[in-house]
Design a protein around this ligand. Structure first.
Ligand code: UDP
Ligand code: MG
Length: 314
């Protein structure tokens, strides 16, 4: 059996179309499937549509989170409830074409544990594509795990890969990295980018920026290491400069000019200190969240279970 996990946030317009597309594709490629629609605290009628879809076809189950916990949490909720031997993760907006599953599933049978879909950047803004390309270049140098441009959450996982993911209990989840961290044999399937037809993307520039920072910080302490190197570099530079300026003052007598050097020094070093104070703060904040040990999401409604527990252990 194949489980399909679909995080949905304000997707009322697309859900019925999604259901039709999925039913058609899935019945053609697998004998049995379930679809787990996860309502991530939508503000529109998404949950009502889910209830209706699930009443019409019990292969469509749904989970409703108690508020918007973010896509990462919604995916996790779906994964934790999936019963299939293989689990696919798809977006609700049909930007992850279900047809591709027909090419992905056979690879899972060949023994791969993760079959990853990689999209082209067709139809994306020029600036956004360029920034993401640069971001991934930088990330791969900075971070231990391998991340790839165009590779997102669209993938099919084996049961043990799902179990591995669920065993990572961290509160800050940067799933692109977690997928890569768990390892196992992974294979990539390419597909042409599809643009969203209804509704809008939930990514604002600010969300993307924060996501980018999360990626850099969530993996290792390289940014802190960078602070050590830069600090060392500037200390060495400062020592050299002090020696030079002392000798100069001793030989030629005290000279007043030096305003420019002073200001540049103070501002430059000050900025750097603030930056790395921020980096340290990011790590500290993460530790703070981890120590709370809060659940990743709370459930308010589950299809077919009137008295579902609000919090499920992973
Ligand atoms: N999503 C979610 N919670 C959120 C934001 C998004 O579950 O807080 C879902 C959304 O409904 C969609 C998927 O995540 O199914 C991808 O979102 P979107 O299409 O906005 O992102 P993009 O395709 O632009 O990267
Ligand atoms: Mg989308």
């Amino acid at each position: 059996m194949l489980s399909v996990v679909i995080p949905c946030f304000n997707e009322e317009q697309g859900l019925v179309r999604l259901k039709e597309a999925l039913t058609k594709e899935l019945s053609a490629i697998v004998p049995d499937f379930e679809v787990l629609l996860v309502d991530d605290g939508s503000k529109d009628r998404t949950l009502e549509v889910m209830r209706r879809i699930s009443a019409e076809d019990p292969r469509f189950r749904y989970l409703a989170l108690s508020r918007n916990f973010g896509k990462e949490a919604a995916m996790l909720a779906g994964l934790s409830q999936a019963r299939g031997e293989a689990v696919a993760i798809l977006d609700a907006d049909l930007q992850h074409p279900p047809e591709l599953l027909a090419r992905m599933l056979p690879l899972l049978d060949q023994g791969y544990d993760q079959v990853v879909a990689r999209r082209t950047r067709k139809g994306d803004g020029k600036v956004r594509s360029l920034i993401s390309k640069m971001y991934y270049k930088m990330m791969n140098r900075l971070v231990d795990v391998e991340l790839e441009d165009g590779v997102g959450d669209f993938r099919v996982l084996s049961q043990r890969a799902v179990r591995a993911l669920l065993s990572l209990g961290e509160y800050n989840r940067f799933s692109k990295g977690l997928f890569s961290w768990i390892g196992f044999d992974t294979v990539v399937v390419d597909y042409e980018n599809v643009t969203r037809e209804v509704g809008g993307s939930k990514w604002t520039f600010r969300k993307l920026l924060n996501y980018g920072i999360d990626g850099v910080i969530s993996f290792n302490n390289q940014p802190l290491r960078l602070a050590v190197y830069l600090g060392g570099f500037f200390t060495a530079l400062a020592f050299g400069y002090i020696i030079w300026i002392l000798t100069d003052a001793l030989i030629r007598g005290v000279d007043v000019p030096g305003y420019v050097t002073l200001v540049t020094g103070i501002l430059g070093i000050g900025g750097l200190q603030l930056l790395f104070l921020g980096v340290m703060g990011e790590y500290l904040g993460r530790i703070y969240y981890e120590t709370k040990r809060r659940p990743h999401f709370l459930l308010k409604e589950v299809s077919g279970d009137a008295d579902a527990p609000v919090s499920v252990p992973l």
